[in-house]
Design a protein. Structure first.
Ligand SMILES: Nc1ncnc2c1ncn2[C@@H]1O[C@H](COP(=O)(O)OP(=O)(O)OP(=O)(O)O)[C@@H](O)[C@H]1O
Length: 487
């Protein structure tokens, strides 16, 4: 098969997988609203013009939101995070922390507890154990919670919203903000599933295109939406009486801050809420920029962080292989594959062209290869990622752009076919950490192999070594015995 044939074959294979695999990504707001008993118009796509600056910011925001959506779709069950550490910073020492081991201990409404069990949740996840007693406490606690995707954050705040709304009162009591329509719809799906036994419950989506007549008063208990439309509904159109909101959730704060407009709108909404309203903010990362934003949104919070090993390189063995050109790199890769048993590998290339070429070469040699490339839309990317996750392909070849922010739980080896560099050609250490952090998760030992085109890339490798203060050892891929020793 030629490279091109192969590209075509994989494309067809990916498309074939789609129908069965990505159903729950194709969320239809109209259906969701119908399911929630809503009679309002279905949202449509925005066709408004944007200027160039907004477009580029939107591009970044879209990439970040896409990654988040893919992560959600990939993590359809809880991660095994037994070796992560939970850190809780609490401002009020008079209110002791305690954690629960069962949902019964939370004294939920019977209909809600039934919904939780019907979702197959037997016991709270690690973050839920600690967060839920605080979130459901009286008086309510404000919270900033950070933990990676798939640890149960969404379920925690949805449970809180559902616990706090009184369905006898036909007005909005909980507002939830998400960065995109798709992410808002995903939250809505969890609300509807968990609250399905709460017969009177009504949910509405404040998202682009969902137009209500002027002068409307919303009677739904929970409003989920994106900052722009929510701001209009709350302030300009006054569909919602802000003084009656008792719970405010801001999800995916790290994705939200990719757009300045979203930040400003979120802050303006939050300012209109009463002091008594419980505020919560969730994020998958804990960067300074996220925390600065979080502190503007949530006053006097309990801060919960779930730390994972990924943030350190301590348990990852790092090597480099000197090569002169791509052919030599390919031979080195073949030697590694010939000498050691590799579970699953991720291989990072600098360009789409190299990734395509490498995928076709490896596939020709009989390897089961997945290719995450720039041509794929989000559903296709999900299909590739799912196949890899399910072990149908043992090798995933990708470029930086595609893999950024996507959370693949465990691979045995990461190969930097090309070292990560920034726009100015300098070492991109943050990306390096993100790439190789995919191996060595949860305290297991990981392996990272860097291919170095001499001599220029040696300098980049040394920059990475200096940055992390860790030696990257030379490796000769001609010596099978030496190769065996590295695993
Ligand atoms: N206590 C639980 N028991 C079993 N499964 C759970 C529990 N809590 C959540 N889950 C499931 O685990 C998966 C991840 O949960 P959730 O979506 O709440 O995590 P998250 O941290 O918000 O991650 P993401 O940002 O990817 O959505 C979901 O499929 C959810 O249904």
């Amino acid at each position: 098969m030629s490279g091109q044939d192969w590209d075509k074959a994989i494309e067809e294979q990916e498309k074939g997988e789609l129908a069965s695999k990505v159903g729950n990504l194709r969320l239809n707001p109209a259906e969701k609203q119908h399911a929630a008993g809503d009679k309002t118009a279905a949202p449509t796509q925005n066709t408004g013009d944007t200027n160039n600056k907004e477009e580029s910011e939107e591009d970044v925001a879209k990439a970040v939101a896409d990654a988040s959506l893919l992560n959600k779709a990939l993590h359809n069950k809880l991660l095994d995070i037994s070796e992560t550490q939970l850190e809780v910073q609490q401002k009020d020492p008079n209110s002791p922390l305690y954690s629960v081991k069962s949902f019964e201990e939370l004294h939920l409404k019977p209909d809600l507890l039934k919904g939780v069990y019907e979702m197959g949740f037997n016991a709270p996840s690690k973050i839920q154990e600690t967060a839920l007693p605080l979130l459901l406490a009286d008086p309510p606690k404000n919270m900033i919670a950070q933990s990676q995707s798939g640890t149960g954050k969404t379920a925690a705040f949805v449970l809180t919203m559902l616990s706090r709304v009184n369905t006898n009162n036909n007005w909005p009591q909980a507002i939830c903000l998400a960065p995109t329509l798709e992410l808002a719809m995903q939250i809505g799906a969890v609300v509807e599933q968990m609250g399905k036994n709460m017969k009177e419950l009504k949910v509405i989506y404040a998202v682009r295109g969902n137009k209500l007549p002027r002068g409307s008063k919303i009677e739904h208990h929970i409003v989920i939406g994106t900052p722009g439309t929510m701001l209009d509904w709350c302030i300009k159109l006054r569909f919602i009486d802000m003084n009656r909101i008792t719970v405010f959730v801001l999800d995916e704060a790290d994705v939200m801050i990719a757009t300045q407009g979203h930040q400003d709108q979120s802050i303006r909404i939050q300012r209109k809420l009463p002091n008594t309203c419980q505020m919560m903010l969730f994020s998958a990362t804990y960067e300074d920029s996220v925390m600065q934003f979080a502190n503007k949104i949530v006053s006097d919070p309990v801060v919960i962080r779930l730390r994972r090993e990924e943030e350190s390189l301590a348990n990852i063995k790092q090597f480099y292989v000197l090569c002169s050109n791509e052919k030599e790199k390919y031979e080195a890769l073949s030697n590694i594959y010939g000498a050691i048993t590799i579970g699953q590998a991720m291989i990072f290339c600098h360009t789409r062209k190299t990734a395509n070429w490498l995928a076709s070469q490896m596939s020709r040699e009989g390897h089961a290869v997945g290719l995450l490339s720039g041509e794929l839309d989000i559903s296709q990317r999900l299909a590739v990622l799912k196949r890899f996750k399910e072990g149908k392909e043992k090798i995933l070849i990708t470029t930086n752009v595609m893999a950024r922010g996507i959370d693949i739980e465990q691979v045995t080896i990461v190969v930097n076919f090309d070292l990560p560099v920034d726009m100015s050609g300098q070492a991109d250490c943050e990306t390096y950490l993100h790439r190789i952090g995919r191996t060595g998760r949860f305290g297991k030992n990981g392996l990272a192999i860097n291919f170095v085109d001499r001599p220029r890339n040696m300098d980049i490798l040394q920059q990475i070594e200096r940055h992390f203060g860790r030696k990257i050892l030379p490796l000769s891929t001609d010596d099978a015995e030496e190769l065996e020793k590295i695993v």
